[in-house]
Design a protein around this ligand. Structure first.
Ligand code: MFK
Length: 258
């Protein structure tokens, strides 16, 4: 499936997230081309073809080109910048987008369902299910994030900005949400490295609280693959690398029956 999206100029951001963050300016976001399919089946997580379906030689033909996020068949790509993104998140996005240019890094599109974006998926159609990390309808109040994968380094980076609906301690991100981002980032890296997996174990040391509206990076690497076992390590740090928020290891088990 190919989906191309062109973004236009947007109004200055006024979200809580932006007020809380150091940045808050909005900016033009360049066109992005992407292709991916992802699916969850029986709890196993798939990310298919995204490393192979991007066409060489520049942007692929677009199915969608609008000044708004792609909503073709409801398949908006939530990994693209929107008006709730802080300047810090936008800057990191631009940095990693730049790194995709030589092919070392790939940006992963992200949808709010696990299966709807797959053309011809038998589960396509009206479904109530939402991807946990994309279950809020309003931009900026929940998780804003984008993942980039480096195949050679078996490394997944997720830049993210937690919004005001994710509060744990007053003003700070709930630890369960931090765990979710670690699970998703390390799990996504495991999937991209070996195929569908289940999370078997997550071990997290929380080092510093994450301010709501700030910008953070979850940086995960697959350290070892031993049979069906995929060992990962993940660090969550601030956008400027000055603060470590959490350190984690994760064990993912390659699905045996998918
Ligand atoms: C970009 C988007 C990316 C999206 C990523 C999303 C990430 C989110 C991922 C999830 O949330 S997945 C949902 C949460 N996880 C689960 O619900 C899994 C529940 N557990 C299970 O289904 C099974 O326990 C599991 C599949 C993990 C393992 O069962 P199996 O029957 O397939 O394997 P088995 O028990 O034979 O274990 C295989 C090996 O792993 C080892 N193992 C399994 N669980 C372990 C554990 N917890 N700790 C340590 N080792 C473990 C086990 O000892 C064994 O080692 P050996 O091969 O050396 O004998």
């Amino acid at each position: 499936m190919y989906v191309g999206v062109t973004w236009g100029t947007r109004a200055p951001a006024k979200s809580t997230s932006d007020r809380l963050s150091a940045g808050g300016n909005d900016r033009h976001t360049s066109a992005a081309m992407l292709s991916i399919c992802a699916r969850h089946t029986r709890g196993g997580i798939y990310l298919c073809n995204y490393l192979t379906t991007q066409r060489a030689g520049g942007p692929a033909p677009c199915h969608v080109s609008t000044s708004q996020p792609s909503l073709s068949k409801g398949h908006r790509d939530y990994s693209l910048p929107n008006a709730s993104w802080s300047q810090n998140l936008q800057d990191l996005y631009n940095k990693y987008q730049e790194l995709t240019k030589n092919g070392d890094w790939k940006r992963l599109p992200s949808y709010n369902t696990s299966v709807h974006h797959r053309e011809g998926d038998p589960m396509d159609g009206e479904r109530e299910n939402r991807l946990f990390t994309r279950n809020l309808d309003k931009d900026g109040v929940g998780l804003e994030y984008c993942m980039f994968y480096n195949k050679a380094e078996k490394r997944m980076v997720c830049i993210f900005q937690p919004g005001p609906y994710l509060e744990g301690p007053p003003g700070f991100l709930h630890g369960g949400c931090t765990a979710t981002m670690i699970d998703s980032t390390a799990g996504g890296g495991a999937v991209c490295t070996v195929g569908p997996v289940f999370t078997a174990n997550l071990n997290i040391d929380y080092r510093n609280p994450i301010l709501l509206g700030s910008t953070a990076i979850a940086d995960s690497t697959v350290e070892k693959v031993d049979g069906r076992k995929v060992y990962t390590r993940c660090t969550v740090r601030g956008h400027d690398d000055k603060v470590v928020y959490a350190e984690a290891t994760g064990l993912f088990i390659k699905s045996s029956n998918l």
